[in-house]
Design a protein around this ligand. Structure first.
Ligand code: NAD
Length: 368
């Protein structure tokens, strides 16, 4: 079997600092678990713009298409705010998602017990929380035509179109059913079938797939507005949620914040299976480039490290090693090592980015 490949695109701001810690962890897996990666690195976002005048070169795009997985840091920063829309750092990220056809966005919302106090909800509501939101990422109202601002009857009208084909619903639903099978076997499909035809079709397609191909998975349906309410009322009732692009954007941010800190949140975006049976994939933390703390050793590298754990699970078939890495992060938090974003006034001295990475490596070693 060939060595699994990974393309690291560290990007801007705290992206490279957090990625240094992931590289240390990859070296640990090589030394201690015999897990070797064929690692390549390249530029994305503002860093690519500075070097090449574009946020993603064709060569980097071609490399991304060729590897088993892409691990991205973050893009953007004030230096690039006034650039033309076509070369803004975010365009690099959007090009990767679009050309790799990454249609299923996985956003786990997991609350580590040691951080339950950071949630805006009561501790008992979020302690032990473990939800996975699967958001459709390449269609729906962010892409549907017609769209634009038009003149009509002497005034302007802003138009976006919510549009889903059966095959678009089918593929994201199957990803979610498969995930549910690997977790607690429960899937909640979310739309607004009460007022939207796209929601009626969504519900029909998901119901049919469930009955025909996943009868073992407990399927439920919920309207999106109710789901928002339920997420802040009793979030632990959910296992996997599958929903469209627009509702998923909102619900995944809402669920993420139940867990307390942006510095802890990973994500995965998955596409169609490649020749090796694994999906095309890009992994990235939910947070941005955090220019306010970049270059100061203050960034929490956990979200990027946990994104690599997702890569181990979903791209490299290493679920047990992903569990090991996630448990190491949890142990470090439980032992009280914290970066500044996870501390409150009077909590003592925060760990630096590299001290956090080192503590996770020590916990990995202790797990052997
Ligand atoms: P941000 O996520 O970069 O930062 C928000 C706040 O959270 C900041 O106070 C920051 O210091 C803190 N924070 C974020 N990640 C942290 C971490 N790992 N450790 C400690 N603290 C952390 O969002 P923003 O400030 O709105 O955006 C900054 C830049 O990032 C902008 O240019 C924006 O366009 C870009 N952005 C990029 C992505 C991405 O690359 N996927 C996502 C969001 C924003």
């Amino acid at each position: 079997m060939s060595t699994p490949s990974i393309l690291i695109l560290a990007g801007d701001g705290i992206g490279p600092e957090a990625m240094e810690e992931v590289k240390k962890i990859m070296a640990w897996f090589d030394d201690n678990r015999g897990l070797k990666f064929d690692i390549s690195e390249d530029l994305v976002g503002g860093a690519a713009y500075d070097a090449h005048g574009t946020p993603l070169t064709d060569e980097t795009m071609a490399k991304a298409q060729d590897v088993d997985a892409v691990l991205l840091g973050a893009v953007g920063g004030p230096a690039y705010d006034d650039l033309d829309f076509s070369v803004k750092p975010e365009r690099g990220l959007l090009r990767l998602r679009k050309e790799m056809d990454l249609f299923a966005n996985l956003r786990p919302a997991q609350c580590f017990d040691a951080l339950a106090d950071f949630s805006s909800l009561k501790k008992e509501l979020v302690s032990g929380l473990d939800i996975m939101i699967v958001r459709e990422l390449t269609s729906g109202s962010y892409f549907g035509e017609p769209r634009g601002i038009f003149e009509e009857n002497g005034e302007r009208v802003g138009v976006n179109t919510q549009r889903y084909t059966e095959s678009e619903i089918d593929r994201v639903a199957r990803s979610a059913f498969e995930l549910a099978r690997k977790r607690d076997n429960r899937l909640c499909s979310v739309e607004k079938a009460n007022v939207m035809e796209s929601g009626i079709l969504w519900r029909e397609v998901v119901t049919k797939i469930g009955a025909e191909d996943y009868p073992d998975v407990e399927l439920s349906h919920m309207y999106a507005d109710n789901c928002a309410m339920q997420l802040v009322r009793t979030p632990k009732q959910f296992d996997v949620i599958v929903t469209d692009n627009l509702f998923g954007d909102i619900l995944s941010d809402c669920a993420a914040m139940l867990t307390g800190s942006l510095g802890m949140l990973p994500s995965a975006s998955l596409g169609v299976p490649m020749a090796n049976g694994m999906p095309k994939a890009m992994y990235e933390p939910v947070h941005g480039s955090a220019p306010d703390i970049a270059g100061q050793g203050k960034a929490n590298p956990s979200a990027t490290i946990l994104s690599f754990a997702m890569a181990l699970r979903y791209s490299y078939g290493q679920g047990a090693e992903a569990d090991r890495l996630e448990a190491a992060v949890e142990k470090v938090l439980a032992d009280g090592t914290r970066t500044a974003d996870l501390m409150q006034v009077g909590d003592g001295t925060p760990a630096s980015t590299s001290e956090m990475g080192d503590a996770i490596i020590a916990a990995l070693t202790a797990s052997l």
